[in-house]
Design a protein around this ligand. Structure first.
Ligand SMILES: N[C@@H](CCC(=O)N[C@@H](CS)C(=O)NCC(=O)O)C(=O)O
Length: 280
């Protein structure tokens, strides 16, 4: 059953050569590795990000707000290449001491506000523009429950399942089994909920959908870890219906492109400074 003969030493040691695909950027210490200011554009919001699922949540919300005609939600999106260590610049760490994309600066008021954690950004923007969040307290509580569900559950999919299934230097049965079990359970939670709800909060499309779709929708569409067959995602019919509906939204198509610097050329927009950038 066990693949491993590893016996932990009394004291953990940092072995920088043994961390899998991201070994070269992972460190057991926080803080900046080099001095570099962040670039700044002209819009009220400055986003520093990459088109991973956590980054895409925020660009989808910006594009949805702009699609509603909310021009005050204009933003500049600068590329942070995490494989190059851009998240460890002094400028980035100044906005997000946790050195992870996305990081956002809201310059729309008298004072600049720095925000880190994608869920905090979704809530900040939804409240600021009074959009994509239910107004009644029961609906709002439901929306926040699913938003925080995603923030708590996503790491089992990404850091757990995804890491051991796709990125670890070797395939180990124990962690792949453990996290595949948990991810299947999560998919079933979503599927059962969506059997009776068009979106996560009933008929209203909200930041809960915007948080969940980039992770679980991408998995359903086989755009994540190439794990659709392994996890038999076609079994989750309601989740599949929801995934496909959101996948067709114009703002979602745009949001997925922003800060993407890999894959199909016509699906990439590494930096975004205007709606016209999508037409070039
Ligand atoms: N809980 C955070 C997670 C952010 C996160 O894990 N970002 C990853 C990319 S998806 C990252 O920047 N990794 C770089 C690193 O770990 O050095 C959020 O939702 O904002």
């Amino acid at each position: 059953m066990s693949d491993s003969t590893y016996t932990p030493p009394k004291v953990w040691q940092w072995d920088s050569a043994n961390g899998g695909k991201f070994a070269h950027i992972n460190r057991p210490i926080s803080g900046a590795t080099h001095d570099k200011e962040l670039p700044k554009g002209k819009h009220p919001f400055q986003l520093y990000s990459l088109a991973t699922p956590n980054g895409v949540k925020v660009t989808i919300l910006f594009e949805e707000l702009l699609a509603l005609g909310i021009v005050d939600a204009e933003y500049d999106a600068f590329l942070i290449d995490i494989s190059e260590g851009d998240q460890f610049s002094s400028g980035f760490v100044g906005v997000n001491p946790n050195s992870k994309i996305p990081a956002l600066v809201d310059n729309s008021g008298d004072k600049s506000i720095c925000i880190f954690e994608s869920g905090a950004m979704l809530l900040h923007l939804a409240e600021k523009f009074d959009a994509f969040i239910p107004k009644d307290s029961a609906g709002r509580a439901q929306c926040l429950s699913w938003l925080f569900w995603q923030m708590g559950s996503g790491p089992y999919l990404g850091g757990g399942f995804g890491h051991f299934y796709a990125y670890a230097p070797e395939k180990f049965e124990y962690p792949i089994n453990r996290f595949a079990m948990e991810v299947k359970r999560q998919l079933d939670v979503l599927d059962k909920h969506l059997a009776n709800n068009r979106y996560m909060c009933g008929d209203q499309y909200t930041i809960a959908d915007i948080a969940i779709w980039p992770w679980y929708g991408a998995l359903m569409l086989n755009k994540m870890y190439e794990a659709a067959e392994f996890l038999q995602v076609h079994e989750y019919k309601n989740l599949s219906r929801w995934t496909n509906e959101i996948n067709e939204r114009e703002a979602v198509i745009r949001g997925r492109m922003v800060n993407r610097n890999w894959g199909d050329e016509d699906e990439q927009l590494p930096e975004r400074h205007s709606s016209e950038d999508f037409d070039r």
